[in-house]
Design a protein around this ligand. Sequence first.
Ligand SMILES: [Fe+2]
Length: 464
Amino acid sequence: MKKSIIPILFALLSFEHHVFGHDDHLHHWEIPSADPDRIVLTLPGNPSTSFGVTWRTNTEIDGGVIEIAKETGAPRFDLTKRVLPASTENITFGKNEWKDELSINYHSVTVDGLEPDRLYCYRVGDGDVYMTEWIQYRTAPADDSPITFLYFGDAQNSVFSHWSRVIRAAYQKAPHANFALHAGDLINRANRDTEWAEWFKAGSFIHHSIATVPVAGNHEFYSNESLINREKFLSEHWAPQFNLPVEDRFPEEIQESVYSIDFNHMRVIVLNSNKFQQEQVAWFREQLKSNDKKWTVLSFHHPIFSSGKDRNNDDLRELWKPIIDEFGCDLILQGHDHTYARGQTLQVPVYSADSEGTESIQTVYVNSVSGPKQYEFQKNGWDDFTADNVNLIQKAENTQFFQVITIDGEKIDYKAYTAAGELYDSFVLKKDDTGSKTIIQGEAIANTRMFKNTEPYHREGMDY
Ligand SMILES: [Fe+2]
C-alpha cells in the first residue's frame, strides 16, 4: 500500500515553520517597545575605569541616557548619580531571514572616569519613565587582584531552550566573573532577529552585569545572494548591539570583531577567523610585540587544531600559528567544532617531564561547545598534528560545557565544567620570570564522555 504524502508534507512544513521563523506568534520579549531590552555591557576601553552599554527600543524612543552612581548600600545611593547621553542609531533590518522588515533604535553609551575594582549601579532608558532597574557592575581591578572570566564555545542552536541553563550554571559557579568570553557562533543565522532575541533572553540580567567579550563565528556571517560573487558579511546586528573597541585600520565590516582589551595581568586579543585573516596579521603581531602584560589570552572561532570529525583549518593554522609560537601566546580559546578538546604545544626543544609531573610547555589550546549541537570527535584525536608538537590532554563529545578561568600575576587557573556543574577538566599554568611555563594537570576524571557512553543524541525538536 502506498503511503499518503500528506503527513510527510505536513511534517516538512511544520519543520520549516519551526526552524525558519514565526511571524505569526512573536513572543512578547522579541517585540521592541519603549522599555529598554537587549541590554548588554561591554568593554570598549580600559576595563578598570570604563564600560559600555547598549540597548534597544522601538522607534518612538529616539534618545537615551545612562544614569550611574557608586553603590553605597544605602537606598538613596542614586542621589549622587551622573547622567550621560547615549548615541542613538536607527537600524532597519531588511525583509530577509523570513522576517518582516524591522525598524529599531539602538542606544549606546561609554562611561569612563570610574574607579578600579569599585561597585557601581547604573540604569538606562529614556531618562523619564522608561528606565531599567538599577544594575550593579564592578569595574576590573588595576592592582594585583585576580581576574576571573567565563568562556563559552558555540551556543548557536536552541539558544533559549537549551543554552540558557549553561550560562546560568556558569553564573552560579562564578557570580563575580569580570567578563564572559563567547568564542563565536552565539546564534545560528546571522541576521535572524528572533535568534538574537533568544541569546538575550537566555542570558537575561547576566548580560547586564557581567561584561560580554564576543568573538565573531561563521554563523555571525551571512552571504549575499549573488551566485557569481558570493561574499559573506558580518551580521547587521553586531556593530549596533555591541559597543566594542574600534580598530579603524580594518575594513569597516570587520571593525568591532578584531580588538584587544588590557586587564591588569592579561591582554585579551580577539581575532576574526572568518574574513580578512591575512589583513589582521600585522595588527596581531603589533598587539603581541607591544604587550607588557604577563599573560596573553587569544580567542577566535575556528580552531588551530580541529577536533570535529573531518574538519581541518590548515590555511588558518599556516597563517596564524607561527605568530602564536613566535610570541608564546599562553591560552587560545576557540569554538566551531562542537566537541571538547584541550591540549598543549611543547616548547622546542622538548623538555622532559620533571619528577613532579610538570612539563615545560608553550601554548594551551582549547576547543569547546556550550550549546546543544554536538559533533563526533576526530577519529585520530590530534594525531594528525604531531608535526606541530601538540599533545591532546582531554576530550569529550555530546556534552555542553562552560569554563571558569582565573588569572593573576602567578598563574592561570582553568576549570571546565559540564552543564551539570561538574568539574570535567582543569589545569594550572605557571610562568617564571624567564617566561618558561609549566603546567600542572588537574585530576583526570574517571570516564571520558563520548557518544558511546552518554545519552542518545538526535536532532528531533532542535533548531538545527
Ligand atoms: Fe562555527
